[in-house]
Design a protein around this ligand. Structure first.
Ligand code: URP
Ligand code: ZN
Length: 606
């Protein structure tokens, strides 16, 4: 049918939402090929979501949304739509951008086995929960080509993905070749973020020098550096001690990786990145201490963003102490969940105030039998949990239903912020004309009980088992196609697309350029020194006597505790200003900032 010929004649195929739990009358699992072809003329290509409340990160409006060929064409009331348009009645529902899960590991080979949810089951489950895009990681082995790893992941993903996906690439070792391949990945393959590991010693862990090199390279390429922030050396040492003590069960995992091990790495990553002027993204923060370290760096002016995950928001580390080994091992992930019931609420509040910006899942699932590879040694339990399906509901329940955030903030932390940080906004993360039609029609009143028995994931365990959540993705639209209908998933493998992410994101790099201009170091112009110069005799000894050190040139400072200087705060800034400039007259030499310098808080030359 020619869509233009019947413009204004509304022949609507109305889909009325059924109550949750009511069986679908349709055999949705199979779509005919014509339905999935763009431009087929099928009603699939024209969709009206009618009568709902559109929620973006910055506004809500009661409006209809009209979609054609996968793109949002109109948002408003009294829209003119062509005949044959399919209609979803969304009265009483929220119409929000589909979720973006910033952190998944589908079918990842890891710890001697392979994650059980692959790009098909994982992305199908994502859609079931209202997530329409995932960001996965291509992680090369030490010494392996990054480009080969990237293509391997694409080969796995492309035929299977049911929703869109992007790829972050791991920098798991360092060399000139790695630096060169990073450029090819950014220029030719649509990669704009690289992940460095500060843990997993002997496999993916980088040392500080390598971290600095990789941060510098990210900056040159306009990419975003990501880190897994845990101190791998400390973890190795702690694990050895615990095993020697006979602590071999899952609780050893949590004991070996205390909060300060995460916080130290978080702070160190912030300092290293700031020193070379590289924007930084801290992955999957699970602890109060690490989140606070990030907050302190944020307030000192570091360009840093923080992600937390559904697991850390919806459950806690008390499970590691469960007498059932299988149950405890089912929760093993890194950084670990914290044995503190307050942590999930704390992290949720930080998402609300903006200290944390994104939510992923680190979805990396292993069956009970796979977890049992570590039955006698917690260091051998494959790390990873579920979340890709339940993230939206868990955040709705713990964030919105609890009164910690409003629906706009929910949209910000489940999609919009991710789209902005990874430079795919407003194509993704917004309901607006021109944006991709990736939409979730959310029933905020319906409830469900999460269970491994009913979830769509391949894994046989669910860390949220038994949790009753409000908020259900009743309809999910991906590229303009209805892929979830009243809880029934009708996705097809290969339907999703790879989404390239461009570098030099203005949301990330915009501030940096101005800042560096404003804070460029500038030398002190002075007359040359013309006095005597000590002669060295080749062994570091001065002939002609040692020049006495002036008393006031050096002074020591006692340790500071409460009421003193925060040990996290450096007292030295290469910008020239020092924290106690206002307190002490100083005789020592200092660098001087550019006259234009406005910020005293930036410790970076570049
Ligand atoms: O526990 C986790 N997260 N497993 C996957 C690998 C990683 O650390 O990202
Ligand atoms: Zn991960």
């Amino acid at each position: 049918m020619d869509a233009s010929s019947d413009e204004g004649v509304v022949t609507e195929e109305v889909i009325v939402p059924r109550r949750v739990g009511q069986a679908s009358a349709e055999p949705w699992d199979v779509l005919s090929p014509v339905d999935i072809e763009d431009g087929s003329g099928s009603a699939q290509n024209r969709l009206l979501i009618k009568g709902g409340r559109v929620v973006n990160d910055d506004m809500m409006q009661d409006a209809d949304v009209y979609i054609e060929d996968g793109i949002i064409k109109q948002v408003g009331t009294n829209l003119h739509t062509p005949g044959g348009t399919r209609v979803i009645e969304a009265k009483g529902h929220l119409v929000m951008p589909g979720g973006i899960d910033t952190h998944t590991h589908m079918q990842m080979p890891f710890m001697g086995t392979q994650a059980i949810d692959d790009f098909y089951t994982g992305t199908r489950a994502a859609l079931a929960g209202g997530t329409t895009m995932i960001m996965d990681f291509a992680l090369p082995q030490r010494g392996e080509s990054l480009i080969e790893a990237f293509h391997r992941w694409r080969t796995w993903a492309d035929p299977k993905v049911c929703c869109d996906y992007a790829i972050h690439v791991g920098v798991t070792w360092w060399s000139d070749k790695v630096a060169q391949e990073m450029e090819e990945l950014t220029n030719e393959q649509g990669v704009n973020s690289f992940k460095m590991f500060m843990a997993y010693k002997d496999t993916w862990q980088l040392n500080d020098e390598e971290l600095l090199e990789s941060f510098k390279r990210c900056k040159e390429l306009g990419a975003l550096a990501q880190v897994h922030a845990e101190n791998g050396d400390v973890i190795k040492e702690n694990s050895k001690k615990l095993l020697e003590l006979g602590i071999t069960g899952p609780e050893g995992h949590e004991m070996s990786r205390p909060e300060e091990v995460e916080a130290e790495a978080t702070n160190r990553a912030c300092v290293l990145a700031n020193q070379v002027g590289c924007p930084l993204y801290i992955c999957k923060i699970t602890s109060k201490l690490a989140a606070s370290a990030l907050g302190q760096n944020l307030r000192r002016g570091t360009l840093v963003w923080g992600e937390t995950i559904a697991a850390a928001l919806g459950t806690d580390g008390s499970h590691y102490y469960n007498p059932c080994w299988q149950h405890a091992a089912g929760h093993i992930m890194s950084p670990p969940l914290r044995n503190d019931p307050q942590t999930p609420g704390f992290l949720m509040e930080l998402l609300d105030v903006g200290d944390l910006q994104t939510t992923g899942t680190d979805n990396c699932t292993f069956s009970a039998a796979q977890k049992a590879l570590g039955k006698d040694d917690f260091t051998k339990i494959p790390n990873g949990v579920n979340g890709v399906e339940d993230r939206m509901s868990v955040i709705w329940e713990k964030g919105v239903v609890s009164g910690k955030m409003d629906p706009c903030r929910f949209v910000a932390v489940t999609s919009t912020n991710a789209a902005k940080i990874f430079n795919i906004y407003p194509k993704k993360g917004r309901i607006a004309v021109g944006s991709d039609a990736d939409i979730v029609v959310w029933n905020p009143h319906a409830t469900r009980v999460i269970s491994a028995k009913t979830h769509h994931q391949a894994v046989d365990f669910n860390i949220f088992e038994g949790m009753e959540v409000h908020g259900i993705a009743e309809f999910v639209v991906c590229h303009g196609r209805v892929v979830v209908e009243e809880g029934e998933v009708r996705a097809i493998s290969g339907m999703g697309k790879y989404v390239p992410t461009p570098v030099f994101n203005p949301h990330v790099y915009g501030r940096l350029e101005e800042r560096e201009r404003a804070n460029a170091p500038c030398k002190v112009e002075r007359a040359p020194y013309e006095g005597p110069v000590a002669q060295l005799n080749g062994q570091g000894m001065q002939e002609g006597g040692i020049i006495p050190v002036q008393q006031e040139t050096f002074y020591t400072r006692g340790p500071t505790r409460s009421g003193g200087v925060n040990l996290h705060d450096s007292s030295f800034h290469v910008s020239g200003r020092q924290r106690d400039d206002d307190l002490l007259p100083r005789t020592s030499i200092k660098l001087v900032t550019s006259p234009n310098s406005s910020s005293s808080l930036l410790g970076t030359f570049w």
